[in-house]
Write a protein that binds this ligand. Structure first.
Ligand SMILES: [Zn+2]
Ligand SMILES: [Zn+2]
Length: 382
């Protein structure tokens, strides 16, 4: 076995550590809440049942959305974005970036592209050998181009992008609900335990439901862990809700997408309601379920230009909502839509050097780890 292959296997194995850690914490929290708190500590049968029903509801939704975020494969550009064989050979033979851009411009005439590199060129991934659709970025951790890439999340060991962004938001929402519910219901027992602990004398410590050492330990930690996760998840969840409202990915929040007219951080914003529908779909009954209902195909996105650009409006209208990337059509866009590409720019072939850069944003968890260490490996397009 080649050393590089072994190294890659090791890396792949190690990348699951944060997920295993979260899974262990969740398993322990389940045991501590159900067994130690509800069964051994809470004396009232009615209270037990009430807590267990709501606990299991939030637990199921949390695990379901977490599972979907982890195991939904990131969507990749379709084959229409690959260079045809002849062009690819020409591209590889060309050493000059200007000539390579000429080839890319030629191919791009049949593609629905609205965004550019920082220097106005066609965005191309040398690693995947594909013209990058709008909002698509290369993730060096996954080693692939990911449609509407948001960030690579080590806590789910997956790229968060077009295919699983809704699941990720729901995962944050349900984990917050799970932690809040635990913290709120454990609080009174936590206080009882804390008060009892402060009494030095054993005689003054009456026999009660919190006498068991095991229960004391679990109740204490359950409250601490739930409260601390609440704080870290809340900040991340608020940030992503803000991003959804603006129809911006984390990458775009750090670097505004570049259109023909220049960079525009609100380029994909269609207004609050439509922005929400882009991620959650237009049927409210599915909003809270971790099933795919995002609009579009992940390859093209309506932009603010849609108001000024009749052709894009027509294209947007023809897009069926809630369509998965699996049945993405070839997207035979007319040449005329490429007036956005700007003929005057065709000669101005700029370098499209791809250099992986790491961008990290994080909220610190109680464990001194980052709740969301977003390793965004994206191409530098300046
Ligand atoms: Zn790539
Ligand atoms: Zn990734």
């Amino acid at each position: 076995m080649a050393p590089t292959h072994v190294l890659r296997c090791c890396q792949r194995g190690l990348s699951w550590i944060p997920v295993v850690f979260i899974a262990l914490v969740v398993c322990w929290s389940y045991y501590a809440y159900v067994v130690e708190l509800c069964i051994f500590t809470i004396p009232s049968r009615a209270e037990q049942i009430f807590y267990l029903i709501f606990f299991h509801l939030s637990f199921i939704m949390f695990v379901w959305s977490y599972w979907k975020t982890i195991f939904t494969k990131p969507a990749n550009p379709s084959k229409e974005f690959c260079l045809p064989k002849a062009e690819k050979e020409c591209y590889e033979k060309e050493a000059r970036p200007e000539s390579q851009q000429e080839i890319l411009w030629r191919v791009a005439t049949s593609l629905p592209l609205y965004t550019r590199t920082g220097t106005g060129g066609i965005r191309y991934c040398d690693r995947c050998q594909v013209i990058k659709p709008d909002r698509c970025h290369h993730c060096s951790a996954c080693d692939t181009c990911v449609l509407k890439m948001d960030h690579h999340c080590p806590w789910v060991n997956n790229c968060v992008g077009f295919s699983n962004y809704k699941f990720f938001i729901l995962f944050l929402a349900y984990s917050l609900a799970y932690c809040l519910f635990i913290a709120a219901t454990v609080l009174q027992y936590f206080i009882k335990f804390w008060t009892l602990c402060r009494r030095k004398s054993a005689e003054n410590c009456p026999k009660n439901e919190l006498d068991g050492t095991h229960a004391k330990f679990h109740v204490l930690f359950l409250f601490f862990v739930a409260a601390m996760f609440c704080i870290s998840i809340l900040s991340l969840f608020s940030y992503h809700l803000w991003l959804v409202g603006k129809n911006r990915s984390t990458i775009e929040a750090f670097r505004a997408p570049v259109f023909r007219s220049g960079s525009d951080k609100n380029g994909f914003s269609l207004g609050f309601r439509k922005n929400i529908a882009q991620v959650f779909g237009d049927q409210k009954k599915y909003w809270l379920l971790p099933v795919f209902t995002s609009q579009g195909d992940g390859l093209t996105f309506p932009t603010r230009l849609v108001n000024a650009d009749a052709e894009q409006a027509a294209v947007t209208l023809h897009q069926e909502p809630n369509k998965s990337t699996a049945d993405v059509p070839a997207g035979p866009f007319s040449d005329s839509q490429n007036h956005l590409l700007g003929d005057e720019q065709r000669g101005h072939n700029m370098e499209d050097s791809l250099a992986d850069g790491a961008l990290e944003s994080g909220d610190h968890t109680p464990f001194g780890l980052t709740a969301e260490t977003c390793t965004i490996s994206m191409d530098s397009e300046s």
